[in-house]
Design a protein around this ligand. Structure first.
Ligand SMILES: Cc1cc2nc3c(=O)[nH]c(=O)nc-3n(C[C@H](O)[C@H](O)[C@H](O)COP(=O)(O)OP(=O)(O)OC[C@H]3O[C@@H](n4cnc5c(N)ncnc54)[C@H](O)[C@@H]3O)c2cc1C
Length: 510
C-alpha cells in the first residue's frame, strides 16, 4: 500500500495538468494511466521517420501571454515546449468558393464581407455584437456572489440572452444569405456539432480565440504531455504507466484511494478522475455511491461524435494543392445535410491538416505529412473494421472533389476508427469531444469538478470547461485549485488568468 495526498486516474492533458499543479503546490501526487504512454488523445505515434499527432492539430491561447505558457512557466517547464503560430486560421472549400480565414478579427471580417457583399452590414453588426458579448463576459466576476445571478444578468444581458442559443439561430438574425452563415460557421467540426445544434457562446469563444491565433507545439503535442509529466515527477510525484485503475475506494462516503490492476492499493486524501464519467461512476466507483440523480443526469447526456482519421504522407506540394495548415472540405453548403449524412454513418465535417507546414521536423526533409479527419457516430463496437478501408476511400474521394489532386497525392500510413480512439482513451463509443457541445451540455450544464462523493473530483473534457486541449488544461487548473483548497492549501494553485483574450478585455496583464 502506498500513501498519496492525491491520486489522479488518467494522464490526458486534463489529468496531467491537475496532477502537475497539485504536485507544484506541495502535495504528494500519483497519476495512474492504463496505457504504456501518457497523454490520452494527445499521445503521439511514430511510423518510421514520421511523427503523427493522432488528434490535436493546434491549440489556442499559446502566445507569449497565453494561458498555457503561463501554466508551464509556473510549473518550471516552460523551456520544454515551443509553440509556433499559423498565419492562417483555416481555409474552407465549398462548392465553387474558397474562404480564406486569415488570422485576426478584422482580417476575418473583411474577407467575409468581400466574399458576401450583400451581407457586409449584417456581418459588421454581428461582429460588434460578438465583441459586446466579450466585453460583458470579461466584466463578469469569476465567481458569482449571493446576489450574483441578478447582478450578472444586468452586467451581461447578451450572455444570458444567448446562453441557450444555437449558432444557426443567432447567425440568422444578422445574415440574409445562408451561404454567408455557412462560411462563418465553418469551424463546427472542431466542436463536433453543426450550426443548428452548436452552442453559440462556445462557438463565439472558440472563434475569438482563433482570431488571436492557432498554435502548434514544435516536435508534436507529446512535448506538452512530457513537460507536464516531468513537472509531476520533478515535484516529488509519480506517473505510473501500464496499469489501469480498477476501483475507486470509498470509506464512510468518502473517496480514500484507488485500486490499480486489481491488486495494488494507493491510498489518497482525494481522487481526481480524468476518465469518462460513465467509466468513473459506473465501473470504478459503482452507481450505489454516485446516486440516482447523477446516474439519470448522465443517462440523458448525448455523446459527441467520434471520428475516422487518416494519417498519411502528402506526395505533392501543399501550396500547389491550395492547402494551408488547416482546411475544411464541405461538399454541401448545407451543414444540416452533412450532419444527417454523418448520423447515417457517412463521414462528414471533413478537414485536412498539413502539420509539416508549421513543423517540418515531423517528417524527413522536404516531405509533408497530412491528416484527413471525418466525423462519424460514436460507436466503438468493433464494426468499423469491415468498413474501414471503404470509409477511408470515401473520405479521400470527397476531399478530392474540392481539392483536386489530393487523392493521388495522399499515401495512407495509418487509419484510426472509433474503435482505435476508444482504445486510446477508454471514451464511450470513441467520442472525441466527450459530451456533445450543445447549449444544454456546455459550461455549468456539463458535470461539475466536485462530485456528489466527498474527495472525488473530475477533470478533463467531460467536465465544466469542456472540449479541446486548452479547455482541458483550464479544467485541470480549476480542479487542482478545488482539491488544494480542500486539502488545506487554499490559494496554492494560482488562477493563471484564464484565456488571455479575456484578460486583455479586462485590461488585466498578469
Ligand atoms: C480526432 C480528434 C481531433 C481533435 N482535434 C483537436 C485539435 O485540433 N485541437 C484541440 O485543442 N483539441 C482537439 N481534440 C480534442 C482534444 O484532443 C481533447 O479535448 C483532449 O485531448 C481531451 O483530454 P482529456 O484530458 O479530457 O482526456 P483524454 O485525452 O481522453 O485522456 C483520458 C485518459 O484517461 C485514461 N484512463 C481512462 N480510464 C482509465 C483507467 N481506468 N485507469 C487509468 N487510466 C484511465 C485514458 O487511457 C486516457 O489516457 C481532438 C480530438 C480528437 C479525438
Amino acid at each position: 500500500m502506498t500513501e498519496y495526498d492525491v491520486v489522479v486516474i488518467g494522464s490526458g492533458l486534463g489529468g496531467l495538468s491537475a496532477a502537475a499543479l497539485l504536485a507544484r503546490a506541495g502535495l504528494h501526487v500519483a497519476v495512474v494511466e492504463r496505457n504504456e504512454h501518457p497523454g490520452g488523445y494527445a499521445q503521439v505515434f511514430r511510423r518510421g521517420p514520421y511523427l503523427f499527432d493522432p488528434a490535436i492539430h493546434f491549440t489556442l491561447d499559446a502566445g507569449p501571454r497565453g494561458f498555457t505558457p503561463k501554466m508551464l512557466a509556473h510549473l518550471g517547464v516552460a523551456d520544454r515546449v515551443r509553440f509556433v503560430a499559423s498565419d492562417h486560421t483555416y481555409r474552407s472549400f465549398f462548392p465553387g468558393l474558397t474562404v480564406d480565414a486569415k488570422r485576426g478579427r478584422d482580417a476575418f471580417l473583411a474577407t467575409h464581407q468581400e466574399l458576401f457583399p450583400a451581407d457586409a452590414d449584417g456581418l459588421a453588426r454581428l461582429f460588434r455584437m460578438r465583441q459586446d458579448i466579450f466585453a460583458q463576459l470579461a466584466a463578469l466576476p469569476q465567481k458569482l456572489g449571493p446576489d450574483g445571478l441578478a447582478a450578472a444578468m444586468e452586467t451581461a444581458p447578451l450572455v444570458f440572452r444567448h446562453r441557450m442559443s444555437s449558432v444557426e439561430e443567432v447567425l440568422a438574425e444578422y445574415l440574409r444569405d445562408t451561404r454567408t452563415a455557412a462560411a462563418v460557421a465553418s469551424i463546427w467540426p472542431y466542436v463536433g456539432s453543426p450550426p443548428a445544434r452548436m452552442s453559440f457562446l462556445l462557438f463565439n469563444q472558440m472563434l475569438e480565440s482563433l482570431h488571436e491565433g492557432c498554435y502548434y507545439a514544435v516536435g508534436s503535442f507529446q512535448t506538452l504531455v512530457d513537460a507536464l509529466a516531468a513537472a509531476v515527477v520533478e515535484n516529488g510525484g509519480d506517473v505510473l504507466l501500464g496499469g489501469a485503475a480498477t476501483k475507486i475506494l470509498v470509506r464512510d462516503g468518502r473517496a480514500v484511494g484507488v485500486e490499480v490492476a486489481g491488486d495494488t492499493i494507493l491510498t489518497a486524501r482525494a481522487v481526481v478522475s480524468n476518465a469518462d464519467p460513465q467509466h468513473t461512476f459506473g465501473e470504478l466507483l459503482g452507481w450505489e455511491h454516485a446516486g440516482g440523480v447523477l446516474r439519470r443526469r448522465i443517462g440523458r447526456y448525448h455523446l459527441s461524435p467520434s471520428a475516422v482519421a487518416l494519417y498519411g504522407i502528402l506526395r505533392a506540394d501543399p501550396a500547389e494543392l491550395g492547402l494551408v495548415h488547416e482546411n475544411f472540405v464541405f461538399p454541401s453548403w448545407d451543414h444540416g445535410r452533412t450532419w444527417s449524412d454523418l448520423r447515417a454513418g457517412r463521414p462528414g465535417g471533413i478537414w485536412v491538416s498539413v502539420p509539416t507546414l508549421l513543423d517540418p521536423s515531423l517528417a524527413a526533409t522536404g516531405e509533408h505529412l497530412s491528416v484527413v479527419t471525418g466525423l462519424v457516430p460514436a460507436r466503438a463496437d468493433g464494426s468499423w473494421r469491415a468498413v474501414r478501408d471503404a470509409t477511408a476511400e470515401e473520405m479521400l474521394r470527397t476531399a478530392d472533389g474540392l481539392v483536386p489532386g489530393l487523392r493521388d497525392a495522399f499515401e495512407i500510413v495509418e487509419i484510426a476508427t472509433p474503435d482505435t480512439l476508444h482504445r486510446y482513451t477508454n471514451s464511450t463509443g470513441g467520442a472525441i469531444y466527450g459530451w456533445e457541445n450543445i447549449p444544454a451540455q456546455t459550461a455549468s450544464k456539463r458535470l461539475a469538478h466536485r462530485t456528489p462523493v466527498d474527495g472525488l473530483f473530475l477533470s478533463g473534457q467531460w467536465s465544466e470547461e469542456g472540449t479541446s486541449s486548452l479547455r482541458v488544461l483550464t479544467s485541470g487548473r480549476a480542479t487542482a485549485a478545488l482539491v488544494a483548497g480542500d486539502l488545506g492549501r487554499p490559494g496554492a494553485v494560482p488562477d493563471l488568468g484564464g484565456p488571455s483574450f479575456l484578460n486583455q478585455l479586462r485590461g488585466d496583464d498578469r
